[in-house]
Design a protein around this ligand. Sequence first.
Ligand code: ZN
Ligand code: ZN
Length: 160
Amino acid sequence: MTSGPREPRETRFAARAYNRGVEPPSVAIASAAIPARIHADREARTVAIEWRDGHATLYDAADLRWLCPCAYCRGEAGLPGWLDSAPTLTAEQTRLVDIALVGQYAVAPTWGDGHHTGYYTFRLLRDRCPCESCRTARASAHPAPTGSRHDEHAPSKEDR
Ligand SMILES: [Zn+2]
Ligand SMILES: [Zn+2]
């Protein structure tokens, strides 16, 4: 007599295994860095991003202003940008007026002072995610270069 219905359920958590911090960034970030939802809250002065992989990012508007990647803020051709001079940002300069989607890859916020030339790519927004787990991941992704010293002048034993 054989009895014993098999349990047909297979629970796999393969998708969960990817967040180990050792995945090739170009591939993993590219697929992860797609927002499912972007919500700018002008009252709270925040920008919330829900990513397709379930991650949630919350930017303070002022922090976002500091990340502005445009040439004016960041500089170009080796010259420092405006933000590099550590200016004191006014309330207007960190006031989020609007945020527009740029193609399929970026958003362009408009600030209270009229500045709107910064295209924040999804990748940038994800790379700079200020949440604690992302910060920790970034810290461990750049290990100190200890223990990897390689001899530049190894003596050649095979001298013919
Ligand atoms: Zn800018
Ligand atoms: Zn994060």
